[in-house]
Design a protein around this ligand. Structure first.
Ligand code: HAS
Ligand code: CU
Length: 578
């Protein structure tokens, strides 16, 4: 069977560089192109994402240099200001724009062109998010919102910052509504049929996002904005942090699930095989919806004001949310191994050799998966309450989330961009750009291993996150951290060079690569012919269970926050209000 995808219309053989042998070419599927108007909407999101990458990446480089003492910031710019830019622009803005763009593309590709209303909602959502971003960014640049991406009270920002952040969220709701309409329309038009897997996954992610972001919207609207305007002079810090983390853990899954969409529904097609199981994937996503939200208190394990029983309950729920990730790992290994054995691989790990190591669309997500093994293991350490006492607020945590969101997720996003951008712009990922993309991915792997490795290591010795050496000026213990800060800066520099490569590849793919057809890979599953388990697409059931779990996990601890002094806070002083 030929490994080359030849497009008769354009005459382009653009995957000749692939060496692996089995490739199931379904001409009709392969040639499907998403609607041009939808492609434009997707690209609008991608342009914002790439601008964010440049700004946020530069801020990251500057941070590692400042922390290691190699750079002094000029013109009164503060370290925390740069840290705020880095966190907000990359973790909140880049991710949201990429995810919305990618999900729109996935819905359009699998359920057909968006309806006029869906597309309009997509554009309105896009502009509302962009205006919100501009408002928040302006305040951060003016040093009037140096509050980090978690905007913990009592750090206070200008009211325009909070309104801007609220608009980003409202914009994403509008966009999510448009996407969900596509999924539900398809379902209505195809009664009794299995919905396309990736459209189901995008819908789960959107529902989860809407339910969780209500928490952050509440703290912003009811607490932060009145306080920032001076209408009230105090703010309940415990409550605001709890509402933030009700949102915050689901936020990290809002980043992860689109990467999982690609791992389950795209990557198998790229390597030329079928996904292990459609049913298992849907089941895992259902569990993510259930268990991503009622676990936020695992970010507050060392905080006063929350009863230890409820911390325990949420730790148990956190270990529940690990299960669908373990299912994902199992499913991926099964996909890869089944493919490998088909091509004649022998032995325990022989299948690894048969994977398409010369195809960046596969290699980048794969590096992401590999990084997620130590990244996930670190998460288990954090979630284990006793061990969290050691690592909380140390730079170990920074190491953890640079393996998860900043490698597993973002490398998958880059790998996705490398076919999605040319697909939308009617160009192809050339052999040369593919090679550059491979170099970019490997540089990321090297840079991040160095940086995140050093962060994990020195975190165990108590090096704090979110602070600079100069704050600990001259202390003996801080001096011991310095070599590791320098190692981090070396890793950070390699990462920055990798970011420059991403930008070069992006620009080439968007504007200069040869015209042609780059496929939008969508895999079928080995159990494609089997019906789905009814429950996973019973939205009433899904939403009832989701809300019930939230109520179980949060009703009592939140109501206890209104009691003074809060249970479990004895010994921490009165501590309820600032
Ligand atoms: Fe986390 C803190 C617990 C996953 C992000 N996390 C953070 C923060 C961020 C973050 C940003 O319980 C900092 C927040 C802040 O600013 O304060 N995290 C977990 C747990 C998981 C987890 C239990 N985190 C993530 C993901 C993130 C993310 C995903 C972003 C995308 N995290 C915590 C806790 C804290 C925390 C505490 C608070 C700590 C503190 O003290 O402040 C789990 O869900 C992880 C489960 C994952 C696995 C891995 C499965 C592996 C797979 C890959 C298979 C690979 C293959 C390739 C097939 C069990 C699916 C084969 C490869 C070969 C090489 C052969
Ligand atoms: Cu979490």
């Amino acid at each position: 069977m030929s490994e080359v995808i030849y497009n008769s219309e354009t005459g382009v053989n653009h995957h000749q560089y692939r060496k692996h042998k089995i490739f199931e070419v379904n001409e009709k599927e392969e040639n499907k192109v998403i609607d041009r108007k939808d492609a434009k909407l997707v690209m609008a999101h991608m342009y914002v994402a790439i601008v964010c990458l440049i700004i946020g990446g530069l801020a990251g480089l500057v941070q590692t240099l400042v922390r290691s003492g190699t750079l002094k910031l000029p013109a009164g710019i503060g370290y925390y200001q740069i840290l705020t830019v880095h966190g907000i622009i990359l973790a909140l803005v880049l991710t949201t724009f990429f995810i919305m763009g990618f999900q729109i593309s996935a819905i359009s590709r699998t359920t057909g062109p968006l309806s006029g209303l869906s597309r309009r909602l997509g554009w309105i959502g896009f502009w509302v998010m962009l205006i919100g971003t501009a408002m928040a960014a302006t305040m951060v640049l003016l040093n009037k919102a140096t509050v980090l991406y978690t905007f913990y009270a009592p750090l206070q920002a200008h009211v325009i910052f909070y309104i801007g952040m609220a608009l980003v969220i409202v914009g994403s709701w509008i966009s999510a509504a448009g996407q969900m309409m596509g999924y539900f329309r398809w379902r209505k038009e195809h009664p009794g049929q299995k919905t396309p897997l990736i459209s189901y996954m995008a819908t789960i992610n959107n529902v989860m996002w809407i339910v969780c972001s209500i928490g952050v919207a509440l703290t912003v609207l009811l607490q932060m904005i009145p306080w920032s305007l001076g209408l009230v002079d105090r703010i309940d810090v415990t409550l605001s942090r709890t509402l933030f983390w009700y949102f915050g853990h689901a936020l990290v899954y809002f980043w992860l699930l689109p990467a999982y969409m690609s791992w389950y529904a795209v990557v198998p097609k790229i390597i030329g095989t079928k996904a292990f199981s459609d049913n298992l994937a849907r089941f895992a996503f259902m569990l993510f919806l259930f268990f991503s939200i009622p676990v936020g208190i695992h970010h507050q394990l060392v905080e006063p004001g929350i009863d230890v029983t409820w911390k325990y309950v949420q730790v148990v729920l956190t270990f529940m949310v690990v299960i669908p990730s373990l299912m994902t790992a199992f499913s991926l290994f099964a996909t890869f191994e089944t493919y490998g054995r088909k091509t004649g691989a022998k032995g325990l790990l022989g299948w690894l050799k048969t994977l398409p190591w010369n195809d960046a669309r596969f290699v980048l997500p794969f590096i992401g998966m590999a990084a997620f093994i130590p990244g996930g293991a670190g998460g288990l350490v954090n979630a284990s309450a006793q061990m969290d006492q050691v690592v909380h607020n140390t730079i170990w945590i920074t190491g953890h989330f640079h393996l998860t969101v900043a490698t597993a997720v973002i490398l998958t996003f880059f790998g996705t961009m490398y076919w999605l951008i040319p697909h939308c712009t009617g160009r192809v990922l050339t052999k040369q750009l593919n090679k550059l993309a491979l170099i970019q991915g490997y540089m990321w792997a090297i840079g991040m291993s160095i940086m995140s490795g050093a962060m994990h290591f020195i975190g165990l010795f108590g090096a704090p996150r979110r602070s600079t050496y100069s704050e600990y000026g001259g202390s003996k213990v801080a001096a011991e951290w310095i070599p590791y800060q320098i190692i981090q800066a070396v890793g950070g520099t390699i990462l920055f060079i990798s970011i420059i490569l991403v930008v070069i590849i992006f620009i080439r793919l968007a504007f200069f690569a040869p015209k042609g057809h780059e496929p939008y890979p969508i895999a079928t599953a080995m159990d494609e012919h089997l019906p789905t388990t009814k429950l996973v697409e019973n939205w009433k059931f899904l939403i009832i269970v989701t809300i019930a779990l939230i109520l179980i996990a949060y009703t009592i601890p939140v109501s206890q926050m209104f009691i003074d002094p809060p249970p479990g806070a004895k010994g921490f002083g009165e501590g309820k209000l600032w």
